[in-house]
Design a protein around this ligand. Structure first.
Ligand code: B12
Ligand code: SF4
Length: 473
């Protein structure tokens, strides 16, 4: 008997300013895993093309979406959504981040309408952080299997079991020993050519070397998740596959970005990674790290990175207000000083590494807090970076300013819900749910009933800070 066919789905991302910047990796890891275990699969990448006037709008139905369908590494179709996509599919495997959840529901319903026997499985960060809502979803949009953690084993289990009869949604929770993940994610060339992202003037692809994060920021859904590393040989094979894709696209010089929550963790790990990056011919790379690690290890952490083309690091410097930084609790009870954020930027810049600094505005902040962060941001954008990018332009630091939102499951969510922060009150839970991760401009609705300063003031400060970004990165 033919083995069941899985359709991996990346739902559309109208929330993002541009969909073809970073590949959504999970379906590619899971597809490589099923290949390895002899199960056939296809991959459908849903996206929302821009209007004729170049604007992005939220889709009103799947008819507003396009789909790139990939089989055996080749794009077999690329055009407007057609329900024929689901005709011979046995398992619909949806990979969902919260901004994609609504569209994932539409896709599940369309698959059921096209093929009544299809089973629907939902995994990804939405199932992880919003499990109750996913399980409660009824009707045609419901999931038969919900996977809140790692997807590799649950996927194999349901396929090996012949796709068990549907009933109430089954929660299949599993923590994978990553030593078993020996095959790198698929990197289909016809998809890779669509992604446009640059590091220091060179085209880049991205990957991750680990899951989880050792830090504990109170605004973050992922704070405190145990850090688990993929096998080195798998990461190496992935670096080889991305380099091969770059070369097949005619690129002589190319870059890689590590999207790990903390990609440069300690000197030993960074040296080993730098060695592999160089061995695969990358001319530039970028990773995330932490101000505390940069200050603690300085050149021991960053020199091997810089020597092998490390040109940019991302750091969450969050705020110039020590009062806000203390509340964030980045280091799980240990002190983190604003001065270390200044110092981390100076250290990196002296070594020829530009910093992408992520900052936030918090609803309890007054004019003094705002002024302190603005001062930090102005320092970051003005501080000179030694060296040039691959187009001969001076390297420049960049900044990003957002307004903190207390997502469900975060510590700040709980503290604000309990009224534990003076001057801030939230809208009702039901109202908030409809406001998170909405819209097409990578932000959310306003979930606050009351904040210390008016919303307009925070938006004004945010606009000013973001206006300081250099025109290139
Ligand atoms: C790279 C990245 C991006 C990239 C690529 C997106 C992607 N999903 O790959 C870009 C830049 C596009 C991005 C954008 C955003 N991101 Co992001 N991103 C990440 C990051 C750092 C890594 C994702 C990754 O590749 N992980 C590796 C893979 C293997 O892990 P995974 O995706 O979790 O998949 C595993 C399981 O979830 C499961 N699984 C996943 N899919 C499926 C499907 C099935 C069928 C099954 C069975 C299992 C399964 O199996 C996998 C293996 O265990 C994560 C943080 C993190 N460390 O995971 C944040 C994260 C996913 N992003 C997040 C957020 C908030 C965003 C943005 C909203 C940010 C913004 N304001 O713009 C946007 C939303 C974009 C959208 N999709 O609408 C949140 C998601 C929160 C949520 N509730 O969904 C995370 C968790 C970060 C955080 N702590 O806040 N992001
Ligand atoms: S360092 Fe990043 S991923 Fe880790 S807890 Fe803080 S915000 Fe979340």
């Amino acid at each position: 008997m033919a083995r069941p066919l899985t359709l991996f789905v990346k739902p559309p991302d109208p929330f993002l300013e541009e969909e073809f910047v970073y590949q959504q990796l999970a379906p590619h890891y899971l597809q490589a895993w099923l290949d390895h275990h002899g199960y056939p699969s296809r991959l459908a990448v849903f996206h929302c093309p821009r209007d004729a006037d170049g604007r992005r709008r939220e889709p009103r139905s799947l008819d507003d979406c396009h789909v790139i369908l990939i089989e055996d590494g080749h794009a077999i179709s690329d055009g407007p959504f057609d329900p024929a996509l689901f005709e011979d599919v046995d398992l619909l495997a949806l990979s969902v981040m919260t901004p994609q959840a609504e569209y994932a529901g539409w896709i599940a319903a369309a698959a059921r309408a096209a093929r009544s026997t299809v089973r629907v499985m939902i995994g990804g960060s939405h199932a992880r952080y919003y499990l109750d809502q996913v399980v409660a979803q009824g009707g045609e949009e419901r999931a038969d299997y919900v996977v809140p953690h790692d997807g590799w084993q649950p996927l194999l289990d349901v396929l090996d079991a012949g796709l068990p009869e549907p009933g109430p949604p089954r929660i299949l929770s599993h923590q994978q020993d990553l030593a078993a993940i020996t095959v790198p994610p698929t990197r289909p060339l016809e998809l890779m050519r669509r992604y446009r992202y640059e590091i220091a003037g060179l085209p880049a692809f991205h990957t991750v070397t680990a899951l989880g994060c050792p830090f504990t920021c109170h605004f973050c859904e992922a704070g405190g998740e145990r850090t688990r590393f993929f096998p080195r040989a798998m990461v190496d094979a992935d670096l080889a596959a991305m380099a091969a894709a770059h070369r097949a696209l005619g690129r002589e010089h190319y870059a890689v970005m590590f999207f790990d929550d903390v990609g440069l963790l300690n000197p030993r790990q960074t040296r080993a990674l730098a060695e592999r990056v160089a061995a695969h011919g990358y001319s530039a790379w970028r990773a995330f790290t932490h101000a505390y690690l940069v200050v603690r290890h300085a050149a021991r952490l960053l020199q091997p990175f810089a020597d092998t083309g490390g040109r940019r690091i991302g750091i969450g410097i969050e705020t110039g207000s020590q009062r806000s930084l203390d509340l964030i609790n980045k280091r799980n009870g240990k002190a983190q000083l604003v001065e270390e954020h200044y110092e981390a930027v100076r250290i990196a810049n002296r070594l020829g590494i530009a910093v992408d600094a992520f900052t936030m505005i918090y609803p309890w902040e007054d004019e003094t807090d705002l002024a302190l962060t603005t001062e930090l941001v102005e320092f970051v954008v003005a501080n000179p970076v030694a060296g040039e990018d691959h187009l001969g332009r001076p390297l420049r630091n960049s900044i990003d300013s957002t307004i903190m939102l207390p997502y469900q499951g975060t510590r700040f969510g709980a503290m604000l819900e309990a009224g534990a922060i003076p001057g801030v009150r939230l809208k009702s839970a039901a109202r908030r749910r409809d406001l998170f991760y909405k819209g097409v401009d990578a932000s959310s609705g306003w979930v606050y009933e009351r904040t210390v300063l008016p919303r307009e003031r925070y938006l004004e400060v945010q606009r000013y800070r973001n206006s300081l970004r250099p025109s290139y990165r």
